[in-house]
Design a protein around this ligand. Sequence first.
Ligand SMILES: *[C@@H]1O[C@H](CO)[C@@H](O)[C@H](O)[C@H]1NC(C)=O
Ligand SMILES: *[C@@H]1O[C@H](CO)[C@@H](O)[C@H](O)[C@H]1NC(C)=O
Ligand SMILES: *[C@@H]1O[C@H](CO)[C@@H](O)[C@H](O)[C@H]1NC(C)=O
Ligand SMILES: *[C@@H]1O[C@H](CO)[C@@H](O)[C@H](O)[C@H]1NC(C)=O
Ligand SMILES: *[C@@H]1O[C@H](CO)[C@@H](O)[C@H](O)[C@H]1NC(C)=O
Length: 513
Amino acid sequence: MGNYRNLSSFWASVSSSLKFLLLVVTLILVSGFIFILYPKTTSFPLSNNPLVSRAASPFLSSTINSSLEIEEETERHLDFHPRVVDTVPTEINAALSNPSSQILLTPAPALQSNESDVDLVTRKVPKEHSRLERLEAGLARARAAIREAAKTWNQTTDPDYIPQGPMYWKPRAFHRSYMEMEKRFKVFIYEEGEPPLFHNGPCKSIYSMEGNFIHRMEMDSQFRTRDPEKAHVFFLPFSVTMMVRFVYVSDSHDIGPIKKTIVDYIDVISTKYPFWNRSLGADHFMLSCHDWGPSSSMYVPNLYKNSIRALCNANTSEGFNPSKDTSFPEIHLRTGLMNGLIGGPSASRRPILAFFAGGMHGPIRPLLLKHWKNKDEDIQVFEYLPQGLSYEDKMRKSKFCLCPSGYEVASPRIVEAIYSGCVPVLISDHYVPPFSDVLKWKMFSVEVPVEEIPNLKKILMGISSRQYIRMQRRLIQVRRHFEVNSPPQRFDVFNMILHSIWLRRLNIHIRDS
Ligand SMILES: *[C@@H]1O[C@H](CO)[C@@H](O)[C@H](O)[C@H]1NC(C)=O
Ligand SMILES: *[C@@H]1O[C@H](CO)[C@@H](O)[C@H](O)[C@H]1NC(C)=O
Ligand SMILES: *[C@@H]1O[C@H](CO)[C@@H](O)[C@H](O)[C@H]1NC(C)=O
Ligand SMILES: *[C@@H]1O[C@H](CO)[C@@H](O)[C@H](O)[C@H]1NC(C)=O
Ligand SMILES: *[C@@H]1O[C@H](CO)[C@@H](O)[C@H](O)[C@H]1NC(C)=O
C-alpha cells in the first residue's frame, strides 16, 4: 500500500504535461514489449537467435523468389524465447524507476503521431537502444520504398544509369534498392588482424576479387563507417587465398591451421565487441573467391549458418544458401587491371560457334572434353590451346563461350566471355550465378545442364541469329556490373557485391536484448 500511496502522491505532484510524458513513455515501452513478443517474422533458419528475424523481404528474382520475393508482411506469432521475455520487463522496470530517463524525453508538442517526431522520441530513449532501432527504422523505410517502386510504373531518374530491359528481374525495384543503398548503407570493418592474412588479398590471378574488394572497401569513403554503432553490417576482412598461401602447409591436406586462424579471429572480435553476439553473426559478412571459401567458414557454426557469405564458389550442394549468402564473379585479372579485356566484334564477325580451352579438372570438364575435343569444327574444345593461338582472340571470334565448372562451380570464363562480347554457356550443377538476385541470366547467357553436354551443338544451333543478337546486346548492357574500376564506379562489380550484401541485410531485423 505504501508504494501505491507514494505513487499517487507522486502523480499528484507532477504537472499534467509530465503525466502525459510518463503515459507516452509507458505506451512506448509496452508497445516495444508487444513487438518483441510478437515480432513480424517469417520462418528464419537462424531463429535460434530470438533477436534476429527475417524481415518480409522486398526482392527480386524468381530463381530464389521463395525467399526474396516481394510479399505482404505476414504477422506470425513466434514462440517467445526466455531470453527476450526475461530481459524486457527488467528494462521496463529500470526505465520507469529512473525518472531522469523519462524527463529526458522530448517536450509534449513533439509527441504527435508523426514519423519525424517518432524519430525525436526514440532519439531520447537510452542511447544504445535507439541507435539500432533507428538503423532498423531506416531499413524499414528502404524496404517500403523498394516495394513501392516495384509496384508503380514510374520511370526512375538517375544521372548516369537506369537499369531496364529483360536482363533484370525487377529493374525499378533494383534501381530503387541501389539508390537506397547509396543513401543509407554503412559498413564497419574490424581493424583486428594483421596482413598478409587480413586487410589484404590477391589483386591478380583468378582470386583477384578477394584483394580487390578488401582494398576498395578499406579505401572507401562512401559506405565505410568507423563508428560500429552506425553500421548495418560488419565486414570480416580476411582472405582465404592468403591463408592458403601463408598458413596452409602445401600438400598436407590439413585445413587445421586455416580453421584455427578463423576460429581465433571470431573469438577476438566477439569478445572485444558486442556486435557478433548480438546477432550471432547475422549482420556480419565474409568474402572469398577461393575454392575453400565455403569450407573455411564451416568451423565457426554461426559464420556458416548465419553470416552473409559472399562467395565465388556458390555451390548449393556445399551449403550455399542464396537467401543469405551471395554469389559474386571470379575475375581473372592477369595484370590487376581490366584494361584491354573489354570489347569484341558483332555477331556477324564471329565465325566460330563455340569455344573452350582449359584443364581437365573437376567433375564436368572430362565429360565436355570426351564429347567435343577434336570432334567438330563448330565446337572448338581444347584441353591446351595449341601454340600460336590466342585465347582472347578465340573468344572474340566465337559466338558462344563454354564455361564449365572446374574444381569449383564458378569459372573465370564467365566474365572473360562477358568482357569480350561472347555469350557465355554455363555448364554446371548446383551453381548460383553472380548477382542472380538482380540479373535474369537466361536473357544473356545459355544454361546447359551437364547431362545435355552431348546435345550442345543442337542446343546452340537452335538459337536463331535474331535471338543471338538480342542476347549479345543485353550481354553488353550488363557488362558494367562485372567491370573492375579503380576507383569503383556506380553499378560496377564492387558496388554490385555491396548491393547483394545490402539486400541480404534488408532481409533481417535485429533487436537489442
Ligand atoms: C517464382 O514466382 C513465380 C510467380 O510468383 C512462380 O510462378 C515461380 O514458380 C516461382 N519460382 C520459384 C523458383 O519459386
Ligand atoms: C508532422 O510533422 C510536420 C513537420 O514537422 C508537420 O508540418 C505536421 O503538421 C505534422 N503532422 C502531424 C499530424 O502532427
Ligand atoms: C508515381 O507517379 C505518380 C503520378 O505521377 C505520383 O503521384 C507518385 O507519387 C509516383 N510514385 C513514386 C513512387 O514516385
Ligand atoms: C560473446 O559470447 C561469448 C561466448 O558466449 C563470450 O565468451 C564473450 O565474452 C561474449 N562477448 C561479449 C562482448 O560479451
Ligand atoms: C558442388 O558440391 C558437391 C557436394 O560437395 C560436389 O560433389 C561437387 O563436385 C561440387 N561442384 C563442383 C563443381 O565443385
